[in-house]
Design a protein around this ligand. Structure first.
Ligand code: SF4
Length: 338
């Protein structure tokens, strides 16, 4: 039996699992299709609830994989189950026999342009959470030319939405919206900031404090209601219509910038690999774990493991915990086979 473990996905999940398995003495091969490691984290500015710099976290995760073999710009071309191992052919021409494979393929952001009524890709002043994060990170976005005076955030874009085909909650976007609303106030102190939400899911430690701070210190206004329509007037200002479900009254707000909180969907590149192995998916499109309490890291196929957002929306700490749990599950799998 060989000592090889292939990890698919070089985001925080794949990095953490690689570091743990490498420390345990396994021969880890990390495969990342992008030209750099880090996944979405590499494009993020600050993390809720404390506002830690994403780069600091990523630098640490990358430092921890010292000695791990990894391939960038590389995809899995084919993967076949043999008697006791998997034969994996990579797009760089390398073939690897691996005893275990970890799917750490993460998530894609919901394509906001699919919700046409919000106007992403139609109106310049409509951007996504990822666009705003990139703006905070780089200070650049061609759509933010002057300091906006009125900024709105729309929660649940492509999540909790039957029409979009996604009934589930994406878990992290309420906290992201509140964090970004505070940061928007810091970047544009004169701006009025509104959050349009269905209900707020601020479940984690420190998240409720962040929500209270957003109201008390930053003056963010929370409006309970779903946005029904976004249009642009002749001055290129956005007209946002919503129903305030607390007062029961329709409201109309004029904004200079609207930020859509795009939710999480399973990563399509990961799904492509999973399809080669006929791995099961749930109705929500995420991979099916062996069970949802005791065996979250196991798939229905021997030697194939899961960690992170490929089995459903996760926070970053949850993802890192799962990466460590997967490393232990893989270690136990090797022990059982000896
Ligand atoms: S975390 Fe909040 S914004 Fe995201 S889907 Fe759930 S309720 Fe909606």
């Amino acid at each position: 039996m060989n000592n090889n473990v292939i990890i698919i996905g070089g985001g925080p999940c794949g990095l953490e699992a690689s570091a743990q398995l490498h420390q345990m003495g396994y021969n880890v091969i990390l495969v990342e299709r992008e030209p750099q490691l880090g996944g979405h984290l590499a494009k993020w500015d600050r993390l809720f609830p404390e506002g830690i710099k994403a780069k600091e976290v990523l630098d640490q995760l990358i430092a921890n994989i010292n000695g791990v073999k990894y391939f960038l710009n590389t995809e899995v071309k084919s993967i076949n189950q043999l008697d006791k191992e998997y034969n994996v052919i990579l797009s760089n021409g390398i073939t690897i026999l691996a005893t275990a494979v970890l799917m750490a393929s993460g998530f894609d952001l919901f394509p906001a342009e699919k919700k046409e009524e919000y106007g992403y890709g139609i109106y310049d002043k409509v951007i996504t959470n990822a666009d705003l994060e990139n703006y905070f990170n780089t200070g650049k976005d061609r759509r933010i030319t002057a300091a906006p005076k009125r900024i709105g955030f729309v929660h649940c874009v492509g999540s909790r939405d039957e029409k979009a085909g996604n009934r589930y909650c994406s878990k992290v976007c309420c906290a992201t919206a509140v964090k970004q609303a505070c940061e928007a106030k810091e970047a544009f102190p004169d701006a009025e900031v509104f959050c349009f939400y269905m209900d707020l899911r601020m479940f984690g430690r420190g998240y409720e404090d962040l929500y209270l701070r957003a109201q008390k210190e930053y003056g963010v206004r929370f409006i309970r209601g779903r946005v029904s329509e976004v249009a642009e007037d002749i001055n290129s200002q956005l007209i946002v219509k919503a129903e305030d479900t607390l007062s029961g009254k329709p409201i109309k707000v004029t904004l200079d910038l609207l930020v859509l909180m795009a939710g999480m969907t399973n990563c399509q590149a990961g799904v492509k690999v999973a399809n080669m192995l006929s791995l099961k998916k749930d109705d929500d499109g995420f991979f099916t774990c062996k069970d949802s309490i005791l065996h979250l890291q196991q798939s229905d196929k021997k030697g194939i493991f899961y960690a992170g957002a490929c089995t459903g929306p996760k926070t970053l700490p949850d993802t890192l915990h799962e990466a460590r749990a997967a490393a232990i599950a893989i270690h136990n799998y090797f022990k059982e086979r000896k």
